[in-house]
Structure formats: structure tokens, C-alpha cells
Design a protein around this ligand. Sequence first.
Ligand SMILES: N[C@@H](CCC(=O)N[C@@H](CS)C(=O)NCC(=O)O)C(=O)O
Length: 288
Amino acid sequence: MQDEYTLPKVWTWDAENGGEFASINRPISGATHEKELPVGKHPLQLHSLATPNGVKVTIMLEELLAAGHTGAEYDAWLIRINEGDQFGSGFVGINPNSKIPALLDTKTGTRVFESGAILLYLAEKFEAFLPEDLAGRTETLNWLFWLQGSAPYLGGGFGHFYKYAPFKMEYPINRFTMETKRQLDVLDKQLADNAFVSGDTYTIADMAIFPWYGALVLDIVYGAAEYLDAGSYTHVNRWANEIANRPAVLRGRMVNRVMGEPETQLHERHDASDFETQTQDKIAPKDV
Ligand SMILES: N[C@@H](CCC(=O)N[C@@H](CS)C(=O)NCC(=O)O)C(=O)O
């Protein structure tokens, strides 16, 4: 048994806590340095990284383009969160919460932060991937909000203690494994009766949930599929495989990606042709 933690009267910040993210986590908000954001040629300027939260948005943008919404052309700029880019003054100006993804619609000057809000903004702007009838729209938003509330238990809870904490601790791993499996069971039951998460059609709810729970069962995040017995969630697996093979999803997962095989990494995306010419294997063959 690990030593019990004796609470001090008042908590103080121990910057070197040994955890994977100790260098970027702080108990205060706001910018640490002045840095303007670059602006590209398209109305939509995305500042992001290909984490599950970031990928939700690049999947949506690629799906919109694939569906013929040419107004969804976008520039995707890389925010390296482990180097502190999210604390630059320009980024904090479009997201005071200093977390990717963040979007600026230069046509209207609208800033959008929180990945769920970005998906909803784009769905409403282009009238796509969100049912128009109130009942269908509400069911889609039920699942979008479900994801935004649930994923922190998967990422900040299970993923953190299973993979990133400085050592393995039974109590938090048990607690968050229990909750993660409960959430997978919720999804599995929903997908037993529905082709997509909110019904018969593919919506922003699928785009939000796939990068977390789809990636979990396909063993793309945390390497925990065996530990969670992820194969037993057969309906989640069926749905995840189908979504993973959509061309727009394959492209969306490449944008702002800085890990994995060089041909899967498109650090910045400014044009549809970048997928063919600007991946890391093409632009920096020896330097990746
Ligand atoms: N609820 C937010 C969560 C965003 C989030 O946690 N982003 C992480 C990467 S996945 C981040 O930017 N972390 C940087 C930091 O915490 O400093 C959303 O859905 O957009």
C-alpha cells in the first residue's frame, strides 16, 4: 500500500510532480508570452493538435468538404501543447482556457473554443451533420453533451492514471476503469439498436465520440484495449471500424498530427492537396 497523503492546510503548487504533463500544467490561467497567431488564406483558421479533442474538428471539416461544402476550406495551424504554444497571447485571445482546439472564423470575427461548441458552430453554419427536426437534433446534442461530460473521465481519469501517472496506483485506476467500462456499455447498448450513435444518420455526435471511445476499442489510444476487454463491446467495435475507414476520417486524423508514421503526419494543412504533398515523409524525410 502506498503512503497515505497527509493534507496540508493550504495546497501549494509543486511544479515538479513527476507526472507526464508537469511542465505544462499550472494552477493559473492566462498568457505566459506574447505571440500573434498566423492567418492563412481561408475564412476558417483552426489552431490545434491531433489529440482526440483536436481530431473531432478536423474530421468535421474534412467531412464538410467531402460533402461539397466548399466554404469549409480551412487553414490548420499546429499548437504544440507540450511546448506551451497554448499560452501564447494570440491563442489565449481565441481561447481563454488555453486548450486546443480553437477556431477563428475570420469572415465574422467569431472565435469558437471547446470542441463540442466548434462542432455545433460548423454544423449550424453549414446546415450539415445535425438533424433539422427538433427531436433528431436533440438526440444528437444529447450524445454530443454526453461525450463532453464523459470523456474527461476517460482521458483525465482512466488514461492519465493507466498510462501517464508517474507510477501505477490501484485506487484511481480501479475507479476510472469502472467508469470507462460503464460508459462503453452505455454506448454498446445504444449502438446495438442504432447504426450511428444518435440514430440512422452520421452526425457530429459520432465525430465527437469516435476519437475517444472508437479509438479506445481500436487500441489507438492508451494501449488498453485488452485490459478493458474492449473486444466484448461488439457494437462499439462494429461502429468504430466503420467510422475509422471513412476517407474524411482518415484525412482528419492526419491533420496537426506530430506522432506516428511520417506519412500519417500533416503538421499544417492549408490546401486539400497538402495530403499528397506536405506529409512529413515528403517534406522532411530524414528529420522526423
Ligand atoms: N473540453 C475541451 C478540452 C480540450 C483539451 O483538454 N485539450 C487538451 C488536449 S486534448 C489541451 O489543449 N491541453 C493543453 C493544456 O492542458 O495545457 C474541449 O473539448 O475542447
